[in-house]
Write a protein that binds this ligand. Structure first.
Ligand code: NCD
Length: 323
């Protein structure tokens, strides 16, 4: 088995853990995007893709989830595979009796061919991957990374703007704690000429020397403090919620939530005619519902659909199956 950990994909997805955007080269991303496009065509035409027939995947979620969990679940089932669903193991499994993450992972890997794992503590997915012999896919690692979300976000930008280089984007909200933001920046820094405007309350600025160093070469990051500084010609806006569960007190959270809200007025004043409006969801007030019917808003349609197809492609590659 090829395992393990945070190793480069290097054109070969077979049995790899998926922990971070660090693992992907531009070529790896192209492989997965090409397969996603193919699967989207086939499955969109209601034809079956059975690359996971006979496979069982455990969905082990220590943190709440709607989209990521359901998206993986749907992806696996649409590929002919089956799932073991362990949601909230702190209450409904032996974890409530004090079982360690390592033991839980060892138990579930004997029942399944891969584990999709979400955990509140950054670094936990890496630890789980180390001790598992089956592939482990990071479905959200505390305030660290959320690689499959970034893959679907990159695919959506690529599909809409036909390129992933020389883009101008606005990332807004909780840049400090938002793992979707962290993975997306790592993804965008693999391409030439990208500029990202970072809009957040001062308290929630991006402060991750670990990957700011990693990204330095590839990308221009510009911190801004107000909507006034949003450039008029952005290719995408990527809004995020303030991550309430990462704050020590509710008052600290209330001080910074929803400082920046997308409404039709802001779109009229600042978005270009091809600016797509993205959000990983859930939103809790930072994009007004009046924006939903704008054709540039992709968070409740394309982004979600692409998430499922992208995960179908990724699983197909990890299990080394051909269409
Ligand atoms: C995100 C997450 O869990 O990090 N949601 C998701 O997976 N689509 C974003 C969030 O919770 O704010």
């Amino acid at each position: 088995m090829t395992k393990k950990g945070n190793t480069a994909i290097n054109g070969n997805f077979k049995d790899k853990d998926i922990l971070s955007l660090n693992q992907f080269s531009e070529k790896d991303l192209q492989i997965i995007f090409n397969l996603t496009t193919k699967i989207k065509k086939i499955n969109g035409a209601k034809k079956a893709v059975n690359t996971l027939r006979g496979k069982v995947v455990t969905l082990l979620f220590y943190e709440s989830s709607s989209r990521t969990y359901a998206s993986f679940s749907s992806a696996i089932k649409r590929l002919g595979g089956q799932t073991i669903d362990v949601l909230d193991p702190q209450h409904f499994s032996s974890v409530s009796k004090g079982e360690t993450l390592e033991d839980t992972v060892r138990v579930f890997e004997t029942y399944s061919d891969a584990i999709v794992l979400r955990h509140p503590i950054e670094g936990s997915i890496g630890i789980a991957a180390e001790c598992a012999t089956v592939p482990v896919i990071n479905a959200g690692d505390g305030i660290g990374e959320h690689p499959t979300q970034a893959l679907l976000d990159l695919f959506t930008i690529y599909e809409k703007q036909k390129k992933l280089e020389n883009l101008t984007g606005v990332l807004a909200g909780d840049l400090l704690n938002g793992r979707t933001i962290h993975s997306l920046i790592k993804g965008l820094c693999k391409y030439k000429g990208n500029t990202l405007y970072l809009l957040s309350p001062k308290e929630l600025r991006l402060k991750r020397p670990d990957f700011l160093d990693y990204c330095r070469v590839g990308i221009k990051l510009i911190e801004i403090d107000s909507e006034k500084e949003i450039p008029g010609d952005a290719d995408f806006w990527y809004w995020t919620r303030v991550q309430k569960e990462r704050f020590n007190t509710i008052d600290e959270y209330k001080k910074v939530r929803n400082r920046f809200v997308v409404d039709t007025k802001l779109i009229k004043n600042k978005a270009g005619k091809n600016t797509i409006i993205m959000h990983p969801l859930p939103r809790v007030g930072e994009i007004k519902e009046e924006v939903d019917k704008d054709p540039r808003a992709v968070y409740l349609n394309d982004q979600i659909k692409n998430g499922m197809y992208l995960r179908m492609a990724l699983l197909t590659l990890i299990f080394n199956k051909k269409l």
